[in-house]
Structure formats: C-alpha cells, structure tokens
Ligand binder design. Structure first.
Ligand code: DC
Length: 232
C-alpha cells in the first residue's frame, strides 16, 4: 500500500500492544519505528545505575538533571528493527525488566526528562514516514500528526499479554504483581501534571481486546484509505 509521507502517532495504555502494531505498520509501509517509551526506560536505567533513584523510588532530581546531558541514549537500526543503546551498549533487555518498569512512570513524570526525550523524538520525526508510539505523541510531541490512534484493551487481556511476554523471556512473574504494575503505571501516566496520557480529540480509538493483530492492521489500513483517498 502506497502511504504518503506522514507521521503516525499511536498512544494508549500500558500493554495494549502499541509497539507490536507500530512495528508491523512500519514494516508494511517502510516507515521508521520509534519507541518513545524505550527512551523513558533508558533514562530510568541510567538513573538506577547511577543512584539517582533509590530502590524505594526516591529520586534525586538535581543530580539527574545535572548528569542527564552525559547520557548518550539513542536507537540503532538493524534489519530486525531498532534497538536502544546507551553509548555502545545495547540495553534492550534491561530496559524491559520489571525493575525498570516499576520506576519508569515517576521518572517520565519529570518535566526536564520529558524535554530530553521530546528533543530526540522531534529530531527523528523531522523526516516524516515515521510511526511512533507512546503516551503523548498525538497530544504533545506531534500534535499535527496526520494519523492518530489511541489504543486500549481490558485489564485482563493486557495483564495476560505482559505476563506471557515475561514468561517468554524466561522470567517467572507473579500475575497479581504484573497487573498491579500495569494499573499503577496507567494511574501515574494519566494523572501526572506534565503531558499526561490522554486521547487527542482527533485520535481514532482502537480497542483490541478481541482483535487479532491482522485485524488491527486491516483496521488501520482502512483508516489510511479513508483519510487519504487511497484506492488500491
Ligand atoms: O510504552 P512503555 O510501557 O514502554 O512506556 C514506559 C513508560 O514511559 C510508561 O509507563 C510511561 C512513559 N511514557 C510516557 O510518559 N510518554 C511516552 N510518550 C511514552 C512512554
């Protein structure tokens, strides 16, 4: 399908399958995929490794602010997709751990952290032909994105997805803990002062509780057909 040079913004709750859909659309349309959550996760890992956040979640904002400029956080693009790096170290696995997931929401609520991430996203999105997923892409980062999707799904379905993903990685998660982490993140993400998770007025809602990935792609293609008058 011939898709024009646009930005596709996919926002929504945790574990609704935003990145799975975004990656697939990027592949189908030959777009660049950008995972904004990975950047917040990278900042969180950096803060943990340097002691700017304690195990109990106490954040030394001043220290984080003064050292954030030293963080060389970037994506490297491989044929299998993009990978998150700190310097020359691939941190893709560490940033998906429960330890990082448990502290990423308060870190991402800090205004200067959001400015740091937004700069990187604006740089990457300047070329268009980008699909980006996150919490505030359609509202704050790219409010003029040509296509906005807001994803949601039932709590049970989301917990199942996250649980299975962790089991697939050889972890032994606790169902209730996984569910509690999801709900806590949703709460913090939706209630923070700076750029909270919210649906943009012009975003299309996709509830994929009972949809296959294939159906989600067909649904999105339908939107693009309608929006840009593409007939093939
Ligand atoms: O999509 P994810 O679960 O990898 O995102 C991790 C966290 O980063 C999430 O709890 C909220 C935050 N986030 C955000 O605040 N804004 C974004 N655009 C993307 C993620």
């Amino acid at each position: 399908m011939q898709v024009p040079d646009i930005i596709i913004a996919i926002d929504g709750y945790s574990s609704t399958g935003k990145s799975t859909l975004a990656k697939l659309l990027a592949k189908e349309f030959s777009f660049l995929y950008l995972d904004s959550g990975a950047l917040y996760r990278g900042v969180t890992l950096f803060a943990q490794e340097h002691g700017y956040i304690t195990e109990d979640g106490v954040i030394d904002e001043e220290a984080l602010r003064s050292h954030l400029g030293e963080l060389d956080l970037h994506f490297e693009y491989t044929p299998e997709g993009s990978k998150t790096f700190i310097g020359d170290r691939c941190v893709e696995a560490e940033i998906r751990s429960l330890r990082v997931s448990g502290q990423v929401s308060p870190i991402s609520a800090i205004a200067f952290v959001r400015a740091f991430v937004d700069d990187k996203l604006h740089e990457a999105g300047a070329a268009k032909r980008v699909v980006m997923d996150g919490r505030d892409i359609g509202t704050t980062v790219f409010p003029d994105a040509e296509l906005k999707i807001f994803m949601t799904a039932s709590t049970e379905v989301r917990t199942r997805r996250r649980y299975d993903e962790m089991v697939g990685k050889g972890e032994t998660p606790d169902w209730e803990e996984v569910k509690a982490n999801l709900l806590e993140r949703d709460y913090i993400d939706s209630h923070r002062e700076v750029s909270p998770l919210a649906r943009a007025g012009d975003a299309f809602i996709l509830d994929n509780s009972d949809m296959t990935l294939k159906e989600e792609v067909v649904w999105t293609e339908g939107l693009i057909h309608g929006r840009f008058g593409i007939l093939d």
